[in-house]
Ligand binder design. Structure first.
Ligand code: ADP
Ligand code: MG
Length: 410
């Protein structure tokens, strides 16, 4: 590419800008002014938290539903309006929103809670019990009500267990001048099974379930957002319906439908097209899927990557492989890069995990009178594995490796 072509690219971006009016509104963290098809949930949650405006503790709430069903958006919307009303009334209501996945550790969640009531704590260095104590003392000296939202709380519990949640649900017993109410949000519907029954019953004094959106609802959501995001008339007939239909076919995920629309717009813009067409949406779908796979593979821990690579190598010769064969190749790969192999049992667990992630596909097949065995194959394109491993210095050589056990077939 020479400079003039690059200048053309920049010029088109600077002057052209024919597609988007404001692409920010398609970002994941944008909280829209209107949330179509969630009026009932907004009112319900509003009626649960309203007592805080009069100085009463409100019930703890447990909210669950699949990703992209509007849980975060609805909760942030209600918090925003609650805070506004509390300010007008001079009511001592504090709110805190923490995404547990992004916070990452129990310590960070606690420091977030502290900051929301104006208690400063260092980023690291204190014992967790000490931070909790400062949080409790801070609440007592401030007085008032704290509404604490723990979003993606299932991630906290999966990593650290439910000890922190337990303490938080008990804290009111030790407070005189202040109270805490909790809103827990989970994308994982099986989350309840992971909780101690005492924690579950205090956390879910009230329960809200967010069901997936259907195609017509997604269309309304997209239309509202498209008015803000795109210039008038740039969306071809059928573009919004297609985004809605594709996302509804998956699991009614509004985030997915917005991603499709955004990426389709970006592809059209990059191409210098005047309009976003259905073909841009199709292309966006492919691109998003590819990114999703790449992200999942990149984030695998080393041993899982070695397992994936073993299946990849076996798949060059056979359509699917037994766990024992995968394990043999895996051990060879460990040897190649000088790491200690895990046991076959652990490796079998890693295979199941990647089956759930959609990277591998395992099936139990009957071998007649020899019983049943698990056969595994790649569930993603070989080219994707090759491309991602080639970026990694340690793993680059392995994709071209020929396992010894394949050199001498039985
Ligand atoms: P969840 O927290 O359930 O995974 P989010 O609240 O993050 O889902 O919603 C995903 C995306 O879809 C966000 O960008 C959000 O603004 C948007 N969204 C979800 N529901 C609606 C709705 N009813 N109206 C408008 N936008 C919505
Ligand atoms: Mg969310």
């Amino acid at each position: 590419m020479n400079m003039s072509t690059l200048d053309e690219v920049f010029d088109r971006f600077l002057n052209g800008n024919t597609i988007f009016r404001n692409r920010e509104v398609l970002r994941h963290d944008y909280v829209p002014e209107k949330l179509p098809h969630r009026e009932t949930e907004i009112k319900h949650l509003g009626s649960i938290v309203a007592p805080t405006l009069k100085g009463y503790r409100c019930s703890n709430v447990f909210i669950y539903g699949k990703t992209g069903t509007g849980k975060t958006a609805v909760v942030r919307y209600v918090l925003k309006h609650l805070v506004r009303r509390a300010r007008e009334l001079g009511a001592p209501v504090y709110t805190c929103y923490v995404n547990c996945r992004l916070a990452g550790t129990e310590y960070r969640i606690l420091t977030n809670l502290c900051e929301s009531i104006g208690v400063k704590v260092p980023f690291t260095g204190l014992a967790q019990g000490e931070v909790f104590k400062r949080f409790r003392n801070g609440l007592e000296s401030e007085g008032g009500l704290l509404l604490a939202v723990l979003d993606e709380v299932d991630v906290l519990v999966k990593t650290y267990g439910d000890a922190l949640l337990y303490e938080l649900t008990r804290i009111n017993g030790e407070l005189e001048r202040s109270k805490v109410s909790l809103v827990g949000i989970s994308n994982d519907l099986r989350f309840k099974d992971m909780l101690d029954p005492r924690v579950l019953s205090s956390l879910s004094e009230e329960e809200l379930v967010f069901r997936p959106y259907n195609a017509a609802e997604l269309r309304d959501i997209l239309e509202e957002r498209a008015k803000l995001a795109f210039r008038e008339g740039v969306l071809a007939e059928g573009v919004i319906s297609l985004c809605a239909a594709l996302a509804a076919a998956e699991h009614g995920d509004a985030r997915r439908s917005l991603d499709l629309l955004r990426v389709a717009g970006e592809l059209a813009e990059r191409e210098g097209a005047q309009r976003v067409e259905e073909r841009h949406v199709r292309e966006a779908e492919k691109r998003i899927e590819r990114d999703r796979i790449e992200e999942a593979v990149r984030n695998l821990p080393l041993h899982s990557k070695l397992v994936l690579c073993s299946v990849y190598l076996l798949n060059k010769r056979v359509s699917s492989a037994a766990t024992g064969d995968i394990y043999n190749v895996y051990c060879e790969l460990c040897n190649q890069i000088g790491v200690e192999p895990l046991t076959q049992r652990r490796v079998s667990g890693l295979i199941s995990e990647q089956d759930m992630l959609g990277l591998l596909n395992s099936q139990v097949v009957s071998m007649g009178r020899y019983g049943r065995t698990k056969k595994t194959r790649l569930a993603i394109p070989k080219s994707a594995v090759k491309a991602i491993f080639s970026e990694d210095d340690q793993l680059e050589g392995l994709v071209a490796y020929t396992p010894k056990c394949l050199l001498n077939p039985k």
